[in-house]
Design a protein around this ligand. Structure first.
Ligand SMILES: CC(C)(COP(=O)(O)OP(=O)(O)OC[C@H]1O[C@@H](n2cnc3c(N)ncnc32)[C@H](O)[C@@H]1OP(=O)(O)O)[C@@H](O)C(=O)NCCC(=O)NCCS
Length: 171
């Protein structure tokens, strides 16, 4: 089954907040998303099942300033994970950012987040820095943040920005 990616607008704030709540312990509200999307150069994409009005499966939030961009958040609803949703969201975001003139995109990830790190490795990001003790831990020592960078098309990205069709099945 395929995944459809669309641009989020003001009518999607509730959907974005709902998806974020299902993906992160510290949930962002609709007001948070409204504030974030009002920042210059910021956009969100939504993924949904199939080609016509299927379930919302994931989101990505990105910001661009001049020729650099940053993925601010990305998440896939638990039942749809490991189905290519995040990969498809990243590929669409890369296309859009490159089209708008970005030559590189950055992301910051908790060193302990193995799933996200594998996703970013597979999507062409490489580690360029580390912030020790950046993430608060519920127990033990705070986790490191890893800063990763990916060149975008036209800047020696290599593998291009092909959009995976998605192999979406609820799991
Ligand atoms: C990280 C996250 C966004 C991945 O979303 P997803 O839609 O399941 O990812 P995809 O199906 O597109 O996976 C693409 C690749 O990423 C890697 N990957 C994704 N989840 C993985 C996991 N649990 N374990 C190992 N590798 C994983 C794999 O290489 C995978 O390719 P493969 O399935 O062909 O092996 C999702 O687990 C999530 O929402 N987590 C909670 C929120 C979060 O941590 N966001 C990132 C913050 S930096």
């Amino acid at each position: 089954m395929s995944v459809t990616i669309t641009n989020a607008d003001a009518s999607d704030l509730g959907t974005l907040a709902d998806l974020h709540r299902q993906c992160f312990a510290a949930a962002w509200s609709t007001a948070d998303f409204a504030r974030l999307l009002a920042m210059p150069g910021t956009f969100a994409l939504l993924a949904r099942e199939g080609e016509g009005g299927g379930a919302w499966t994931g989101f990505i939030l990105a910001r661009q300033a001049a020729d650099e961009a940053e993925i601010l958040s990305i998440g896939t609803r638990p039942a749809w994970r490991r189905s290519g949703v995040a990969e498809a969201l990243l590929a669409h975001a890369f296309d859009r950012l490159a089209g708008d003139g970005a030559t590189a995109v950055f992301i910051e990830v908790d060193a302990a987040n193995a799933a996200a790190r594998r996703l970013y490795d597979k999507s062409g990001f490489v580690e360029v820095g580390r912030r020790a003790g950046y993430y608060a831990a519920s127990a033990g020592t705070p986790g490191d943040a890893i800063v990763m960078r990916r060149p975008l098309a036209g800047a020696g990205a290599g593998g291009g920005t092909a959009r995976p069709a998605g192999k979406v099945e609820p799991g």
